[in-house]
Design a protein around this ligand. Structure first.
Ligand code: C5P
Length: 215
């Protein structure tokens, strides 16, 4: 079976960028599991499925028609043939993703799909429960953290760069609300696996984190 490196942690800890860099360096596959929750929520909006209809949401998750197209440094995400790369990255889309992510049937429906990403020569898996639930036998598990203030600041800079309006205080509030929901849910709450290495990136630059993990 192919090797897996799991990277879990709250939003804005740098998992996305770091996972991509490590996958590139190793020539391994990459699983952005958050995208699957974002896509499930996106599909629900598109098909008018209510966010409290758990069985219908689980069916959507199970039959999600999605393709990840790797281009130079970005990955294009197609939902039912439509490019939703930007649409699923908004704050609102993240909020909706964390709402469908509390539903056990949705998480169950996405389980097999996530495990299918484990292919030779290896997989870097980015998410909240990669080391605890999806790949509990992964030989190397990293749990990335950073203070909520620092994560809000990073998100703020990202949005500014994208030319979007943002306010730092409201981003901080959203991040804290999302953390609370992710950590308090009954199924697969956000927490480090017992055998994970915890890394606080508050004061670390991306290249330092990548070097640290590779060592
Ligand atoms: O990582 P990202 O911000 O794209 O994730 C969006 C939301 O999806 C998270 O806030 C979380 O609620 C959910 N998620 C999850 N389990 C994962 C990945 C994401 O519950 N493995």
């Amino acid at each position: 079976q192919a090797a897996v490196l799991t990277l879990d942690g709250p939003g804005g800890a740098g998992k996305g960028t770091i996972s991509r860099l490590i996958a590139e360096r190793l020539g391994w596959h990459l699983l952005d599991s958050g995208a699957l929750y974002r896509l499930t929520a996106q599909a629900a909006v598109k098909h008018g499925v209510s966010f409290d209809d758990e069985p219908a949401l689980a069916r959507l998750a199970e039959t999600l028609d999605v393709t990840f197209l790797a281009e130079d440094s970005v990955t294009r995400v197609m939902l039912e043939g439509e490019d939703v790369s930007t649409a699923i990255r908004t704050e609102a889309a993240g909020e909706r993703a964390s709402q469908v992510a509390v539903l056990p049937a949705v998480r169950q429906a996405l389980l097999a799909r996530q495990r299918d990403f484990r292919q030779m020569p290896g997989l870097v898996a980015d998410g909240r429960d990669m080391g605890t639930v999806v790949f509990p036998d992964a030989p190397l598990k990293i749990f990335l953290t950073a203070s909520a203030e620092e994560r809000a600041r990073r998100r703020f800079l990202q949005l500014q760069e994208a030319g979007e309006n943002a306010s730092l205080p409201s981003l901080l509030k959203e991040i804290q609300a999302r953390d609370a929901r992710d950590m308090q849910r009954a199924v697969a709450p956000l927490k480090p696996a017992h055998d994970a290495i915890e890394l606080d990136t508050t004061e670390l630059a991306i290249p330092d984190v990548v070097d640290h993990i590779q060592r």
